[in-house]
Design a protein around this ligand. Structure first.
Ligand code: ADP
Ligand code: MG
Length: 346
């Protein structure tokens, strides 16, 4: 006879570590959260350094508002945030963060250090965190206004995850993709991405640039010179779209989609499929476009809570909205294919 195993309550540290692993799956996820925090803090310059694909070291420095010294004690605790107070606020939220889980999560699976200075303080303060808690009181130090978040040895205590992420160059590629995408979307903000110890940067965009200019800098002239601009302001379903998509002269082996919904980098299977459909009419088989699409949807129509990583966004009237975007793109591409025929014959 088998006796049932005794049910025990899991240790809190274990619970938190498991929860953290669901939110932060790889260095690129952590970086996305940190970039969004810097943007929420009104940074105009964001510098990122990575060592071993962000697994050994991932550092992000911004020139934003900084964090108050008195908040440093609780900033890495779960559900501590400066952005949300009551449930109803979720409907009108304009910041990226809202539930204060990113820093807490990271501190459960890495050593996290914050160096920060607000405009009011005379000096910066530095503190390290493990499992949401300060390791020691913040110490004064030199520093510019803004915040430096340093993450060391990500997943040091999650052996299986660490093993699964055994290829630092693959992780660095993912990091680079995240930075390039945010740099295109937030072209007013200057971004830099460097490998630790190397003088040259992998990504560098100037402050106060434009989307088109950053696309040229980061994705090259072949993309930049074939871009069509598509805009849509739909009063019925209360959404706006701004797209920069390649015309039928451009083809690529795989589709590149930069999708932002309410300024958040997301993925959407339905939008991806719609793009493939639209372009299938204009491009040869196995040829794909490059598409940047930014959607602004009434926050009340978005379910931001759908997944802890906030990667997959669902919204009200999704099918109709996607259909309307498809129509707008198709119209723009049709208009352009006439000039293409001309161009090819010339
Ligand atoms: P959330 O962004 O959901 O509030 P986080 O864990 O990402 O949760 O951050 C917790 C809090 O720490 C934020 O609400 C913000 O007040 C502060 N914070 C985090 N990063 C920065 C930053 N780069 N600059 C200024 N404040 C920051
Ligand atoms: Mg955040």
């Amino acid at each position: 006879m088998c006796t049932p195993a005794k049910i025990r309550k899991l240790d809190e540290v274990v619970v938190n570590r498991i929860a953290a692993g669901e939110i932060i799956q790889r260095p690129a996820n952590a970086l996305k959260e940190l970039i969004e925090n810097s943007l929420d803090a009104k940074a105009t310059n964001i510098q990122i350094t990575a060592k071993e694909g962000g697994l050994k070291l991932l550092q992000i420095q911004d020139n934003g508002t900084g964090i108050r010294k008195e908040d440093m004690e609780i900033v890495c605790e779960r559900f501590t945030t400066s952005k949300l107070q009551k449930f109803e606020d979720l409907g009108t939220l304009t910041t990226f963060g809202f539930r204060g889980e990113a820093l807490a999560s990271i501190s459960h699976i890495a050593l996290l250090t914050i160096t920060t200075k607000t405009a009011d303080e005379k000096c910066a303060y530095k503190a390290s965190y493990i499992n949401s808690k300060l390791k020691a009181s913040p110490v004064p130090c030199a520093g510019n206004q803004g915040t430096i978040i340093t993450i060391e040895n990500l997943f040091y205590n999650v052996a299986t995850r660490r093993k699964a992420l055994s290829n630092p160059s693959e992780e660095f590629t993912k990091i680079t993709e995240v930075v390039m995408r945010y740099a295109v979307h937030n072209s007013a903000v200057g971004f830099t991405l460097k490998k630790h110890g190397e003088p040259s940067s992998q990504v560098r965009t100037p402050y106060n640039s434009t989307k088109q200019n950053n696309i040229r800098l980061l994705y090259g002239n072949p993309v930049a010179r074939e871009l069509l601009e598509v805009e849509l302001d739909d009063k019925d379903y209360k959404f706006k779209m701004h797209g920069l998509v390649t015309n039928p002269n451009y083809t690529n082996k795989r589709m590149v989609m930069l999708l932002f919904i309410n300024n958040r980098l997301v993925d959407s299977a339905s939008i991806r499929k719609m793009l493939e459909d639209v372009y299938s009419v204009y491009l040869p088989k196995k040829a794909h476009p490059w598409c940047y699409i930014s959607l602004d949807i009434n926050p009340q129509n978005i379910d931001v809570n759908v997944h802890p990583t906030k990667h997959e966004v669902r919204f009200l009237h999704e099918d109709t909205i996607v259909e309307r975007i498809k129509f707008a793109l198709d119209e723009r591409l049709t208009g352009n294919s006439a000039s293409r025929t001309f161009y090819l014959q010339a």
